[in-house]
Write a protein that binds this ligand. Structure first.
Ligand SMILES: *Cc1c(COP(=O)(O)O)cnc(C)c1O
Length: 396
């Protein structure tokens, strides 16, 4: 008999959709994949070469559990330069990807009786990581007209004496919107007043558009920094998803607890990947700008093309690499004897009939939307949008 803990959770629905699309591809079906959550760029050569050098130098043994000092120092410098945040080395822990970082935070902070506020739409792993630690996710809806930023009134209504933390993600996966400073300051003020932690997932920090400046909620006030655990990593900024490097910066006691948890579970992140991460953070940064500019172009194309499809509307997002269009106007429509009752039905219809893979909004806590990743070529975007338009036109 499995533990009660695992009976509560489900596999990541984004990875499940991706697996289904890949399965069809393996059968020779030409699937356009808008489901992916990773950059379609190769890791830059200078970073690869740093890893190759690490191997050739024999840097292939255990390292300190929470990461090597040169990497912690590179992270400290990055937080100072990019975010205006000052930390000490013992306030940093490096883990096997930001997802692992978030999991360690969940283990260190949440327990039975705790409530953790999660604004929806949310990244799929947040609620399940809370459940895995026997705490209760408290989902609070946000609105497209607010660019999916959590309003202080909505947050205030969800706070109870059991509130342990809030998990924020800016820029957001799946909505593609970044929070502005005022919205973050209002949330931080409530966290200070009601004494709960802020977990701030900033993995898409480098991907912002239209002149938007990324703001870390930890930087809005010293009181905010004291109760924030900043989460970041290299997967999205430097196209390093497979290398598995993420990190946290936060209060010493929490970082120490996370390091202890890691010492009893994974030990250190891969030695070679750590060397690559030092190069990613301290080497030339041109790549980030090139990738960002390409995503920006695709974003404009995709959002305009989606808005041209009757029944689909999409407010132009300003971050990450996702479009999150509203599709609920299509619900109730039919194709043959197939009725589109919600976002999963629509996603399955588009996958099976149009061979376009994307993720149903229900997986992110809002059934009125679907998520399309534009981390794919312009050619694929054109082909995929044409297919979606044709398939939607078949609905009546
Ligand atoms: C991709 C992603 C992560 C995880 O990144 P890894 O470092 O590869 O584990 C975390 N949060 C969000 C919102 C993401 O989209």
């Amino acid at each position: 008999m499995l533990s009660p803990r695992v009976r509560n959770i489900k596999p990541s629905p984004t990875l499940a959709m991706d697996a289904k699309a890949k399965g069809m591809k393996a059968q020779g079906i030409d699937v356009v994949n808008f489901g992916v959550g990773e950059p379609d760029f190769d890791t830059p050569d200078n970073i690869k070469n740093a890893a190759i050098k690490a191997i050739n130098d024999g840097f292939t043994k255990y390292t300190p559990v929470g990461g090597i000092d040169p990497l912690k120092d590179a992270i400290l410098a990055k937080l100072k330069t990019d975010n205006g945040l000052t930390y000490e080395r013992d306030q940093i822990v490096v883990s096997c990807g930001a997802k692992h970082t978030l999991y360690n935070i969940a283990q260190a902070l949440y327990g039975p009786g705790d409530e953790v506020i999660i604004p929806a739409p949310y990244w799929v792993s947040y609620p399940d990581q809370v459940l895995l630690n026997d705490a209760t996710p408290v989902i609070v809806q946000t609105r497209e007209e607010d660019h999916f930023m959590l309003k202080p009134e909505a947050l205030a209504a969800a706070i109870t004496p059991k509130t342990k933390a809030i998990i924020l993600n800016s820029p957001s996966n799946p909505t593609g919107f970044a929070y502005d400073r005022a919205a973050l300051a209002a949330i931080a003020a409530l966290a200070v007043k009601h004494d709960f932690y802020i977990v701030s997932d900033e993995i898409y920090e480098k991907l912002v558009y239209d002149g938007v400046q990324h703001v870390s909620i930890a930087s809005v006030s010293p009181e905010a920094q004291e109760r924030t655990i900043v989460v970041n990593g290299l997967s999205k900024s430097h196209a390093m998803t497979g290398w598995r490097i993420g990190y946290a910066a936060g209060p010493k006691d929490i970082i120490k607890a996370m390091t202890n948890i890691q010492s009893q579970s994974t030990s250190n992140p891969t030695s070679i990947a750590q060397k690559a991460a030092v190069e990613a953070l301290t080497g030339p940064q041109d790549f980030v700008g090139v990738m960002r500019a390409e995503f920006d172009k695709r974003r404009t194309y995709l959002v305009d093309a989606l808005n041209a499809i009757p029944g689909i509307t999409c407010t132009k997002p300003n971050g990450a690499f996702y479009a999150f269009p509203k599709v609920s106007a299509l619900y109730g429509k039919k194709a043959g004897d197939r009725v589109i009752k919600g976002s999963l039905d629509l996603a399955l219809y588009l996958l099976e009939e149009a061979n376009v893979a994307l993720v149903h909004g229900e997986a992110f806590g809002n059934d009125n939307y679907i998520r399309l990743s534009y981390a794919t070529s312009m050619e694929n975007l054109r082909k995929g949008v044409e297919r979606i338009a044709a398939a939607v036109a078949q609905l009546s």
